[in-house]
Design a binder for this molecule. Structure first.
Ligand code: SF4
Length: 441
């Protein structure tokens, strides 16, 4: 039996792509190993959204080079967004690589490996086939592992938004949705293997159904369709763009019990001038109004977000607007970053006007504010009962299991007679960061 070692950088889409490659390779006779030294094939699924992710990739490959030198039969592949972005440049920089592949070629991973075996020549396989239907066909037979209580389902790939700081439209291509019937089939399959919660995944899920389907279909109809599948106990989706978030989706939150009370809605900045320069195509007032309407229908909804500080042209007063929107919305958590220019993006052409030191200070400020907001919300859970879908064993001393509540807080639980996949009501006793610590009542 051949063995594959897989490593992943970046977002949940990349994690899903790695899982898919594992499944495709499983059906070609590969089994996953956690030891690089035992592998016949090593794949690193890369991210290029930030410079740091790229640096980590290069340092990882630096460590893999001696393995390849010692064993020329070992196949080394670099997949994902960095592969798409830099292609041939990567082969020049790391000539010991066997192939470089983009995210659009995930289904062809077994073919890529065969090509290396038969030709012994390195190659780059990127490029997008705009005509190709986006499909992730079910593979017959066993799964390499069970999906677990919470399972991700890719519903759309690519992005048509072209925010000026973002590489995604260049690395993952234009939007394409999967046919709803294929999605329903996959979800039924996951539920039959133990999944209780389905998380619909895409760079901009709210744009689902606009392109690539035989017949266009709005995102909210997909939500209603998934809700009809027996056995789906919870439904989530990520990520959303405010401009495609419709009133009908707000109504779905109200109508569908399984659609949990959490939304990840990136704001990026609280300032209109910066939002314009980022090409987000909405104002902060529109963002605020959207959330006000959502909260009027779903009062206990938790909102999380993405924020970039130090974007070109961000003044002190523009940054103060970001602090303001954070306070107004009271985000439960945020992914926060200092802006770093990415090659090939329109913002890369702008003068990187905010000094690194200022970026760092602003980042520290929003991190501190977010901790405060998270702390306040966490405190409000103390003594209350929350419903938790148990995902597995807890690593926190004194706690046996861990899971999430509908608002996507991590919850550690004390209790012996529980099992993964069960939904239980627990009482919150303490809070640390974005984690609630609870006991079975
Ligand atoms: S909507 Fe998201 S994925 Fe699309 S370009 Fe903007 S930041 Fe990137």
């Amino acid at each position: 039996m051949k063995q594959v070692y897989l490593d992943t950088f970046g977002c949940q889409m990349n994690v899903a792509d790695t899982d898919r490659m594992e499944l495709v390779l499983f059906h070609s006779g590969y089994r996953r190993t956690l030891e690089k030294e035992d592998a016949d094939l090593i794949l690193v699924n890369t991210c290029s959204i930030r410079e740091k992710a790229e640096q980590k990739t290069f340092s990882l490959f630096g460590g893999l080079k001696p393995l390849k030198m010692a064993n020329p039969d070992l196949i080394l592949g670099l997949t994902g967004c960095l592969g798409q972005q830099d292609g041939e440049k990567l082969l020049k920089r790391m000539p010991y690589l066997d192939f470089v592949m983009g995210p659009d070629q995930v289904e062809g991973i077994a073919q890529a490996v065969d090509r290396v075996r038969t030709t012994s020549k390195s190659f780059v396989w990127t490029g997008f086939d705009q005509e190709k239907v986006y499909s992730i066909p079910e593979l017959p037979g066993d799964l390499p592992k069970s999906p677990g209580p919470s399972a991700f389902v890719n519903i759309i790939k690519g992005c048509d938004k072209f925010c000026t700081f973002c590489v995604v439209p260049f690395t993952r291509g234009r939007e394409k949705s999967r046919e709803p019937e294929e999605l329903y089939e996959e979800i039924r399959h996951l539920v039959s293997h133990g999944a209780k919660e389905i998380i619909l995944l895409g760079q901009n899920v709210n744009s689902y159904g606009k392109r690539g389907l035989k017949k266009p279909m709005p995102f909210h109809e997909l939500l209603y369709g998934v809700a009809e599948i027996p056995g789906v106990q919870r439904l989530r989706f990520t990520t959303s763009h405010p401009n495609d978030f419709t009133r009908e989706t707000i109504r779905a939150y109200r109508d569908l019990d399984i659609l949990v009370n959490h939304l990840h809605l990136p704001v990026q900045s609280g300032n209109n001038q910066v939002l314009r320069a980022m090409r987000r195509d909405h104002t902060i007032e529109e963002y605020r109004d959207l959330l006000a309407e959502l909260k009027s229908e779903v009062p206990d909804i938790a909102i999380s977000t993405d924020i970039i500080v130090g974007f070109p042209g961000e003044t002190d007063s523009a940054f103060a607007d970001t602090l303001k929107i954070m306070q107004e919305v009271g985000y439960s958590s945020s992914f926060m970053f200092a802006y770093s220019p990415r090659p090939g993006t329109p913002a890369n052409e702008l003068p990187d006007s905010v000094p690194e030191e200022t970026k760092k200070q602003r980042l520290q400020k929003i991190i501190a504010l977010q901790s405060q907001l998270t702390e306040q919300q966490g405190q409000s859970y103390i003594g209350k009962n929350v419903e938790v879908l148990i995902e597995g064993r807890s690593s926190k001393p004194g706690y046996t299991f861990k899971g999430r509540n509908p608002q996507y807080w991590n919850v550690n639980i004390q209790g012996d007679t529980l099992q993964a996949g069960e939904t239980v009501t627990v009482q919150v006793e303490t809070v640390s960061g974005h984690t609630l610590n609870a006991t079975t009542p």
